[in-house]
Design a protein around this ligand. Structure first.
Ligand code: PLP
Ligand code: ZN
Length: 500
């Protein structure tokens, strides 16, 4: 739809203009810093940063209803910059001019309701939000679109050239970073650090295909992260890990989309997501807080974070009910099928602690829960989900296993509806499905397949067929007739088909 065709009262708001005033805000010493330089940690105290829009209060100039209309009408505008996460421009990074926004098709992933059979098994209604349908097949594209739009903007404004962007990754961050950097190739190159042997073959092939420098490091993600931090501290590189708070902003779009797609009624929803580095749960909570602050939603949904027992530092932290006695202790991770969340020392832990407090306070009651699940539960639920028409990755399975746990524990009640983050596409983590079907998990995973959930291809090659076709070797008429007739008979027998 063209601007001129929008109703008069919406027209002035459809195309946003930069008018935010953003600053890095340190969670340690509360100092604020200019966004003209890329910062990852506080230059004064080394603390973790968040980005704050000092002008966000201005959103109150319009009421919640007006904002809802603006977002709903914006669905119809054919402007590339507003097609993705920046539909919610004023609430993401309203300092980036539209012409600098990078859009590769991220965001607006579908909410798919579970079928009756699956909902009966779980006991509550729920949706999967399929974030695996982003361009690099994980939610990481939301944050990367924001971070790289800002880098793009800075580069143009300051005439920067020959930038190197770097990240450590459990696989998906690097796939996403490499994709977006490849798009901006003329001034920006990507280098990614991966824990050797700890990402799936698909995740490894993604940054290779995008032309990034791929460096494999012995150890686990937490070790890679230390190296990348040291590089960012001592050399000129743009850090694209979730220490980069621009990414958190972009990931808030996940909450905005949920709100919009559910007609802004989220008070009875339970949003469930896996926790790794804890950037995503930070973003999701902070996104809902922003919507509530602007009167766009009335009530905050519950948020349930899920961790595997093989990588559960956030769960352990919140096990202590008395908040004055909580103490964060990093854990040493064990192999997990939710490999993208296999992190023992989450970079965003200080953010989580601060946002959870704010969230519960604003809600006036405890609305954030963290549950722990077993590796076996993750795999079983992933496979059950996918046998019911979903495309959940192992982390999506973790969300579902966590939702089941939340129902058991009463964190989610009969009148509530789940919204589960399937954070990546199932195909990225398909090797775990293969291990399940073949019962070939390393004992450290502690996963055994349930017989009724296993599946394997069957080669149909009965001996009575004289000759089989092959590439470049088509059968003659007689052999072909026999091949088709006998093969059909064989398959009809296997499938128990009845003759017409
Ligand atoms: C990164 C990632 C996670 C973990 O998210 P955090 O923001 O690190 O907590 C979960 N699932 C997938 C597929 C991921 O790529
Ligand atoms: Zn500080």
């Amino acid at each position: 739809m063209k601007i001129g065709d929008f109703p008069q009262e919406i027209r002035p708001y459809v195309m946003p203009e930069p008018r935010g005033e953003m600053a890095y805000s340190c969670l340690g010493c509360t100092r604020e810093f200019d966004i003209d330089e890329l910062l990852y940690t506080c230059p004064e105290c080394g603390g973790v940063l968040l980005l704050r829009d000092r002008e966000l209060e201005r959103a109150r100039e319009l009421d919640g209803k007006k904002w809802r209309q603006i977002f709903d009408y914006r669905k119809m505008i054919n402007n590339r910059a507003l097609k993705g996460i920046f539909r919610y421009y004023e609430f993401i990074a309203p300092v980036i001019p539209l012409e600098d926004i990078v859009y590769l098709g991220e965001g607006h992933t579908p909410l798919v309701e579970a079928n009756n059979r699956l909902e009966d098994m779980v006991g509550l209604r729920f949706f999967f939000k399929n974030d695996g349908l982003n361009p690099s097949a994980s939610f990481k594209d939301r944050g990367m679109a924001c971070a790289l739009s800002y880098v793009n903007h800075l580069a143009r404004k300051k005439g920067l050239n020959n930038l190197l962007a770097i990240c450590a990754s459990t696989g998906d961050t690097s796939a996403s970073a490499a994709l977006y950097c490849a798009y901006l190739d003329d001034f920006l190159k990507a280098a990614v650090l991966l824990p050797h042997g700890k990402v799936t073959p698909h995740q490894l092939s993604q940054p290779l295909g995008s032309g990034a420098r791929v460096l494999e490091i012995p150890g686990v993600f937490d070790d890679c992260m230390k190296v990348v931090e040291s590089l960012a501290e001592n050399y000129h590189v743009a850090l694209l890990n979730s220490k980069n708070s621009w990414r958190i902003l972009g990931q808030e779009s996940f909450s905005f989309e949920i709100a919009q797609e559910l007609d802004y009624e989220v008070g009875d929803k339970v949003v469930v997501l896996p926790i790794g580095n804890a950037g995503n749960i930070t973003a999701v909570m902070s996104g809902f807080l922003k919507l509530r602050g602007a009167g766009i939603i009335e009530d905050l949904p519950k948020v349930v974070g899920v961790q595997s027992e093989h990588a559960d530092p956030v769960y352990r932290y919140y096990m202590e009910e008395d908040s004055t006695r909580r103490r964060f202790v990093p854990v040493s991770v064990r192999p997990s099928v939710a490999q993208a969340a296999m992190i023992g020392n989450p970079v965003s832990m200080p953010r989580v602690i601060s946002v959870v407090d704010e969230y519960n306070q604003v809600a006036g009651e405890k609305r954030v829960f963290v549950v722990q699940v077993e590796e076996q539960e993750i795999m079983d639920w992933m496979i059950i989900a996918n046998r019911n028409g979903n495309i959940a990755c192992t982390q999506g399975g973790e969300s579902l296993a966590g939702f089941v746990k939340a129902v058991e524990k009463g964190y989610a009640g009969p009148d509530e509806i789940g919204v589960l983050d399937s954070t990546a596409h199932m195909l990225k983590f398909i090797n775990f499905q293969e291990m399940y079907f073949q019962d070939s998990f390393d004992p450290q995973f502690n996963v055994r397949p349930r017989g009724e959930l296993r599946n394997a291809p069957v080669l149909v090659r009965p001996d009575r067929i004289r000759t089989y076709p092959g590439p470049g070797k088509p059968l003659g008429k007689k052999d072909m007739d026999q091949f088709v007739r006998e093969m059909s008979r064989e398959i009809a027998g296997m499938l128990g088909l009845e003759k017409k």
